[in-house]
Design a protein around this ligand. Sequence first.
Ligand code: SF4
Ligand code: SF4
Ligand SMILES: [Zn+2]
Ligand SMILES: [Zn+2]
Length: 316
Amino acid sequence: MATLSVSHSAEMATCVICHVPLSAHQARTGKLCHRADCRWQYSLLQKKNQVCRVCASPLSIQEWTLGLCISPDCRRFAVVEQAREYHERRVQQEQKLWEQAGQLRQQVLNRFGVGEPDAFQLAVIPAAVHRISRLPARRRREFRDYLKPLIDRAVALSAVSVIEPDPTMESASMQETRLSAASGNACACCQGSCCRGGAYTHAYLGVETLQRYVAEHPDQQPDQILAAYLRYIGKETCEGSCVYQQADGCSLPREMRATICNDFYCGGLREFWAKVPATGPVRGFFVATTNDEICRAALVDEEQMLMMSAPPAPGD
Ligand code: SF4
Ligand code: SF4
Ligand SMILES: [Zn+2]
Ligand SMILES: [Zn+2]
């Protein structure tokens, strides 16, 4: 039971059972008069959870389900409490997950005889859990119907405007290249959790991306551009995700993707970026999770990645 931290009115306090006025001392120390019968009835209500969990007043039948009286103060207090408890639970779950991830990293690196686990920066990222299935003809048709007028617009616009290059395609520093390579491996471990949004945004393709493609392929006609984009759609895709998402990642070449596909990185990856040293090799241990459970892990260094699809439980 919550403490009686909410009082509803400045009126004279009365016994919540028999409603006789309470003495100043009784009002200060509780909600009941001196009668034994009132105390007995009230303790019965408490046992049956029929008192407000905030102010402890007896509840009407309609209020039993929520365990709250009708007072706006009690409702507000309960909502704040619920949010605080939810936040605390999330923090605890995240801490537990990070501990498990750390144990797993230790265990894997022990197997490889790496004595210093921090040499591989720990990162917790999402995990997509997909079923691979045949792409329905309807979805292919919808995608083509979306793309065709977009290409016509891009061709018309490109005839009159100058196309800015995609900033994500500009030359990168050595460290950026290393980070980008490690992140690519992390995304392969995650298997494209963020690509689910591509299902209802048609791979995030907009007129700017198509204009960029037109500028890079001035010799191609609209039907050739459409064919080029359709060519990369596989017969099978990850169910409920972008048409280009396949078991081994995105099938669309980087230079044909929307800018957001090339420059979006989730919170887990950005956190990883912030922790790796500003120079030198980029090494990571990526733990992909869903519903607070570890699904996959990947050990990544400069040149290679070791993926564990069913990581052994910590302590094995
Ligand atoms: S950016 Fe994050 S969510 Fe998206 S594929 Fe990579 S790891 Fe997964
Ligand atoms: S085009 Fe590729 S990167 Fe972009 S949403 Fe689709 S699968 Fe993901
Ligand atoms: Zn009483
Ligand atoms: Zn109440």
